[in-house]
Write a protein that binds this ligand. Structure first.
Ligand code: URA
Length: 246
């Protein structure tokens, strides 16, 4: 028995956003869907979703999009929002339009504000998403914050203390680590993901964040060769790095 799930080819194409199942059936009838060099003729044929399917199967001459589960590493530029539901241009504009119709959908693993740049993961794997964002798993997120005012020296102790309650919150923040880089820049590492958390933490110590960039999740660094606005598949080694050292 195959270890890999099997799915009808018309459903596979529909789930990857190529069109409706009806349209997928038309693609197949037109000879546009080719497996191992042979045009498929039966839309009901069940295919094992093997990792090599993207190289074995072509749709209109192009390699098949990666089937689920798919996880991407993306360098979010400032100016894009993380959700379809928020007003403004969304980071989904960076992806092929077909990918916005995938089932299961790709969603961002947590959010970065419109004015925050940096490392963002997108996945259609609900279990992985939950594992990364659940505060119980203590996956650290590191931010490079540029501040309006010089640091005063008390901030690291306040953030590490585990007693800071942000305005509007009812429970204290988990301890966070501040590493000063210059008088107005610092790395702040947090394990939660509360609304505008980093900006609000600096407000709580009398300062203002003027630029914010996430450069690490767990032990996974934003790759230096991943320019703002670009993305690629997350490798298994990179996925393990997210959970290293917890
Ligand atoms: N904290 C913030 O204030 N903004 C982000 O985008 C992420 C963490």
């Amino acid at each position: 028995m195959s270890l890999y799930p099997k799915v009808r080819v018309d459903r596979l194409l529909a789930n990857l956003g190529y069109g409706s199942r009806r349209e997928a059936q038309d693609f197949i009838a037109a000879g546009w869907v080719v497996l191992d060099g042979v045009a498929l003729s039966d839309a009901g044929q069940r295919l094992a979703i093997t990792p090599d399917l993207t190289t074995r199967m072509r749709v209109q001459g192009a390699p098949l999009d990666p089937p689920a589960p798919l996880t991407l590493i993306l360098h979010k530029p400032v100016g894009l929002v993380c959700s379809h539901r928020e007003a403004g241009r969304s980071l989904y504009e960076l992806l092929p339009s077909r990918w916005r119709r995938r089932v299961p959908a790709l969603s961002s693993v947590g959010r970065l504000d419109v004015d925050t740049s940096g490392l963002l993961l997108l996945t259609d794997d609900g279990g992985l998403l939950h594992k990364i964002i659940s505060p119980r798993n203590h996956v650290a997120k590191r931010y490079l914050a540029t501040l309006q005012q010089p640091l005063r020296g008390h901030e690291a102790a306040v953030f590490a203390g585990g007693a800071l309650i942000l305005e509007g919150d009812t429970s204290p923040l988990a301890p966070a680590t501040l590493e000063t880089l210059s008088s107005t820049t610092a790395h702040l590492t947090i394990t939660e993901g509360r609304y505008h958390q980093v900006r609000r933490m600096f407000v709580a110590v009398g300062n203002l964040v003027i630029a914010l960039h996430r450069d690490r999740i767990g032990e996974l660094d934003l790759p230096a060769d991943l320019a703002a606005g670009s993305y690629r598949r997350l490798s298994p080694a990179e996925e393990s790095a997210v959970f290293a050292n917890r």
